[in-house]
Design a protein around this ligand. Structure first.
Ligand SMILES: [Zn+2]
Ligand SMILES: [Zn+2]
Ligand SMILES: [Zn+2]
Length: 67
């Protein structure tokens, strides 16, 4: 199925993939069906965004993200 936004037939996502400490990933697109890195053109470390607390000592390990 072609993408309605850009017409690209490849399976991909226009959200930004956020990589957390430990390798867990989230996507800024709430409808993102698959957090595979290959589907995302934009991949950032959550530390770069500064909007995640998993770099603080209390959350460094183990990873405790709900999603
Ligand atoms: Zn697209
Ligand atoms: Zn994080
Ligand atoms: Zn996505």
């Amino acid at each position: 199925m072609d993408c309605l936004t850009c017409g690209n037939g490849l399976d991909h996502c226009h959200g930004t993939l956020i990589v957390h400490v430990g390798g867990a990933v989230d996507c800024t697109d709430g409808d993102c069906a698959d957090h595979d890195r290959i589907r995302h053109a934009l991949i950032v470390d959550c530390e770069f965004l500064g909007a995640c607390d998993c770099h603080t000592p209390e959350h460094a390990a183990p990873l405790r993200h709900a999603s």
